[in-house]
Design a protein around this ligand. Structure first.
Ligand SMILES: Nc1ncnc2c1ncn2[C@@H]1O[C@H](COP(=O)(O)OP(=O)(O)OP(=O)(O)O)[C@@H](O)[C@H]1O
Length: 215
């Protein structure tokens, strides 16, 4: 067994304080190894988004520990996140949207563009590089978001209902693409979904209920 990409030990996240406090997740213990592919299931409000934000390092637990042993506890730039719905910056074309995180990470404009074009090619939309988000269909826009993740060579890929606004055939294709990308990188992958057909594409199922995780 290799080094875990991410681990949670007795993690809880509470929003607010006192009488208005909401315990969104509690008692979470979990671990992901490179190459693990997980469907995160559970009813609305059960804590899936909260857990994904903690795994991605976008939020910190109220108690307990989230660690990224394989990343030497420096998750920045090594975790790719795909959100529900549109996440592209409207004034930037597809290639610029994919290149932006690479520029922020310090790559030159020339290198970032070359990597962005390769990433768009590898998800089958190289011909859409100069299209603005408003000129793309929902499925094409989600492919650009997947290309943006791929270009960063992440060790952990987190997707929060990435297909909520797509029809089911297109949704399956976007998830298959994420699975292919994760496999190619031997990255760990977690996809939150309400759709049993999407969950069936992933070998490991985690279930959230009232903030508790069964895994
Ligand atoms: N910023 C916040 N402030 C206060 N409460 C919050 C906040 N974010 C989430 N919550 C509460 O925490 C609980 C878990 O929410 P979360 O969004 O993690 O659930 P979810 O399983 O992702 O739901 P959905 O499937 O509807 O997206 C809910 O009761 C929610 O109302």
């Amino acid at each position: 067994m290799g080094t875990a990409v991410v681990t949670c030990q007795d993690v809880a996240r509470t929003y607010g304080r006192g009488g208005k406090a909401v315990v969104a997740v509690h008692g979470v213990r979990c671990s992901l190894a490179p190459g693990d592919q997980v469907a995160l299931l559970g009813p609305s409000g059960s804590g899936k988004t909260t857990l994904l934000h903690l795994l991605a390092g976008l939020d910190r637990p109220t108690t307990g520990t989230v660690a990224w042993p394989e990343l030497d506890d420096r998750p920045r730039g090594r975790i790719g996140v795909v959100f529900q719905g549109p996440s592209l910056l409207p004034p930037l074309d597809a290639a610029e949207n994919v290149a932006l995180p690479l520029l922020i990470a310090g790559l030159s404009v020339v290198d970032a563009r070359a990597m962005a074009l390769r990433a768009l090619d590898s998800v089958g939309i190289g011909d859409l590089a100069d299209k603005l988000p408003q000129e793309l269909s929902g499925g094409q826009a989600q492919r650009v978001a997947v290309a943006r993740v791929l270009a960063g060579s992440p060790r952990l890929i987190i997707a929060d209902e990435p297909t909520a606004q797509l029809d089911s055939a297109l949704a399956a294709r976007v998830v298959e693409l994420l699975i292919t990308v994760a496999r190619r990188l031997t990255a760990a992958l977690v996809i939150a979904t309400h759709d049993p057909l999407i969950a069936d594409l992933l070998p490991i199922h985690w279930r959230m209920r009232d903030g508790a995780l069964e895994c």
